[in-house]
Design a protein around this ligand. Structure first.
Ligand SMILES: Nc1ncnc2c1ncn2[C@@H]1O[C@H](COP(=O)(O)OP(=O)(O)OP(=O)(O)O)[C@@H](O)[C@H]1O
Length: 570
């Protein structure tokens, strides 16, 4: 690439000179010189055409490979971050989206820089030839200055509109996804809201397109002005050459050379300006890239190892939390002590903050006020991946991982993903053996209709997720210090819930022996009453806490809700 790009400068000089010699030697009837000029021109043209093709193909190949690597690294950095804010909140998503969308310019930057350098060399050769015809013609090069400023101005306009549009286009894409992703699409179809959603998405797209068009028009106006100035300069240069020819100080060949050089100068200036635009855009992409790397490094900051066994337990000290896009706190100063070997049930109305609390314990969010300690050590100071290795459980919005069944479960302990006995044991303990029996190839069944596999029901998915959460326990990994179960039976039928419950008691006993804390979120009070401590959350605050008997005796909100559910089930 380097040789090809730099070689262009020589080709440009050879082409220009061949034209000059051709015109002048034919005027002087020097046949040999004409033949030489034709040969030089043909050779230069041939080399330029072949090198151009080779160069553009090489460019596509190299940029494609570098872009692939960059996207891979970006993807890896995104997925290495153990917190979830960056995949959940718009401004963060937009930043790494820009990185993916514009990675092409970063991949092309080395070649664009080289292109710009080669074009500068070519420019110098062109200007040298112009000066050779008439020194005053070098003023043509001065007209590149307004072009440069117009280019910078239009780059800025386009970049700003692209950045502003990232959010609009993300929202447009998410609205379209509602109509084509199987989970939301069925509801959209049932309600017949597809058209409204598509209209909204189209309106967002139109808004983004209009903003971009406005920016493009303004950029084009600035550039057109600068190029008009340049065209006037070329006209003036031709007048100067006509004058030189009139005075006999230049030949007709020189006039042809000036016309050819002016055209080349224009192409070279375009190359320089385009390359500078790519380099400037690449600079922005680098900014996003470094931001992501820094973010990933900070999130994965090393810390002290997690304790081997819990001695003192997990304590929440006046913990507050506010989501990045929110104006108010979701948790308002929670103080709790989770004793080793205990089961703590968290109950409360929808939106009370139960799942948020679970996510703070697992470290996917960090408190925005107060702190959490594990055996007296701040959780923030404990190595994140070390802490994660010592957790197990399921979230309320469990993942439906559409891989082979054994992988879907085995991912709970990556080291044992191929360990079939462990996977089978985890499936059994989660009460998912009957799910497995119904799968045509058992553990080797591909899951997910979109992948040509079997699509489990919601309850079956939840049991597979539970099995995944038990992988660490059955595979002989170090036992968890904290087990979080966020509505683990919400999608289960009564029989499956009963089976799980039996297992749950067993698991709690085992966890108790090993000193783990089990935190259970549930709306089913029959399960909740088994816990050692029940915490009632109300609007992000602890309203009551104690054993079932204590809370019933207190006759507060818990007792009321328990009685209500008991009556309903009777
Ligand atoms: N990712 C998020 N970004 C912004 N706000 C959120 C996010 N997740 C939850 N919230 C808000 O935080 C509050 C508490 O939500 P959380 O999911 O913790 O409640 P919950 O008690 O688990 O409710 P449920 O019983 O419905 O599962 C809610 O008001 C919700 O709107």
């Amino acid at each position: 690439m380097f040789v090809l790009i730099i070689g262009q400068a020589g080709v440009i000089a050879a082409l220009g000179l061949s034209q000059l010699w051709l015109v002048d030697s034919s005027a002087a009837h020097r046949t040999g010189a004409v033949a030489g000029a034709v040969a030089l021109g043909t050779l230069a043209y041939g080399v330029s055409a072949v090198a151009g093709r080779v160069q553009s193909n090489l460019w596509i190949y190299l940029v494609g490979r570098v872009r692939g690597r960059l996207n891979e690294e970006t993807q890896r950095a995104i997925s290495s971050i153990p917190t979830i804010t960056h995949v959940e909140h718009g401004p963060y998503i937009d930043r790494w989206n820009r990185l993916f969308k514009n990675s092409q310019s970063l991949a092309a930057m080395p070649w664009s820089t080289l292109d710009a350098a080669a074009a500068v060399v070519s420019l110098a050769v062109t200007i040298g030839l112009l000066v050779w015809v008439g020194p005053v013609l070098c003023l043509l090069a001065v007209l590149a200055v307004p072009l440069f400023f117009a280019n910078r101005h239009s780059d800025r306009l386009l970049r700003r509109s692209r950045d502003d549009n990232t959010e609009l286009l993300r929202r447009e894409q998410r609205l379209h996804e509602l109509c084509i992703e199987p989970e939301p699409a069925k509801e959209v179809m049932l309600a017949g809201t597809g058209e409204i959603l598509n209209d909204r998405a189209s309106a967002l797209w139109r808004e983004a397109a209009a903003a971009e068009t406005r920016a493009r028009l303004r950029a084009a106006a600035a550039q057109a002005g600068a190029w008009l100035l340049y065209a006037a300069g070329v006209a003036a240069a031709l007048l100067v050459v006509a004058d030189l020819i009139g005075d006999g100080r230049a030949t007709v060949g020189a006039a042809v050379l000036v016309v050819s050089l002016a055209t080349q100068l224009q192409a070279q200036l375009r190359t320089v300006l385009d390359s500078l635009s790519t380099v400037a855009e690449a600079g922005q992409v680098v900014d996003h890239f470094w931001w992501l790397r820094r973010y990933a490094e900070e999130a994965a900051r090393p810390g002290t190892p997690a304790p081997d066994v819990l001695g003192g337990g997990i304590t929440l000290h006046d913990v507050r939390f506010r989501y990045p896009s929110a104006d108010t706190d979701v948790l308002h100063g929670i103080s709790l002590h989770l004793t080793p070997g205990s089961t703590v049930a968290i109950v409360g109305a929808n939106g009370a903050g139960k799942s948020t609390l679970i996510k703070l314990l697992t470290g996917v969010y960090e408190p925005t006020g107060g702190h959490i300690t594990v055996d007296g050590e701040p959780l923030a100071g404990i190595d994140r991946s070390g802490w994660r290795d010592r957790l197990s459980g399921v979230y309320q919005d469990f993942a439906r991982i559409r891989l082979l069944t054994r992988e879907t479960v085995g991912l709970g302990s990556v080291r044992h993903i191929r360990d079939r006995p462990s996977v089978t044991a985890a499936v059994d303990r989660a009460g998912a053996a009957d799910v497995l029996e119904r799968l045509p190839q058992g553990l080797d069944t591909q899951l997910g209709a979109a992948f040509g596999g079997v699509e489990p029901s919601l309850g079956q998915w939840q049991r597979l997720a539970l099995a995944r959460s038990l992988m660490r326990e059955v595979s002989g990994d170090r036992p968890p210090l904290c087990v979080v179960l966020d509505e683990p039976t919400a999608a289960l039928d009564p029989l499956a819930e009963h089976d799980l419950f039996q297992h749950f008691v067993e698991q709690v006993r085992r966890a108790t022996r090993q000193g783990a804390v089990t935190v259970l979120v549930s709306h089913r009070f029959t399960t909740v009453r088994m816990a050692d401590v029940i915490v009632v959350l109300e609007d992000g605050q602890v309203a009551e806490h104690g054993t079932h008997a204590e809370l019933m005796a207190a006759g507060g909100g818990y007792a009321e809700l328990y009685a209500l559910q008991e009556r309903a089930y009777r």
